[in-house]
Ligand binder design. Structure first.
Ligand SMILES: N[C@@H](CCC(=O)N[C@@H](CS)C(=O)NCC(=O)O)C(=O)O
Length: 80
């Protein structure tokens, strides 16, 4: 079964843009949580992940930091 994904981002973050461009190329969609406009998203990211670093992919609620690791995970999960 496909896990529940959420991507925590800041729009101006180049690492987030890299992940978002990858997702766009692959047609991958998921809820985005912008920590600059949503204080609740920032609070959840720090509470669960331990730091306010973005991008962070929540996979069934478990945080995965690092844009390269996120892209590797998504490449494998959405392999065509
Ligand atoms: N190596 C990380 C770098 C991510 C990064 O530096 N993100 C910045 C925004 S562009 C950030 O979240 N800084 C706040 C922090 O690290 O607390 C990646 O590739 O994802």
């Amino acid at each position: 079964m496909t896990p529940r994904y959420e991507l925590f981002i800041m729009p101006a973050c180049p690492y987030c843009q890299k992940v978002l461009r990858f997702m766009e190329r692959r047609g991958i969609e998921m809820p985005l949580r912008d920590i600059t406009s949503d204080p609740g998203a920032r609070e959840e990211l720090v509470r669960v992940g331990g730091k306010p670093q973005v991008p962070c992919l929540f996979i069934d609620g478990a945080p995965l930091y690092e844009s390269d690791d996120i892209i590797t995970h998504l490449s494998e999960a959405f392999e065509d």
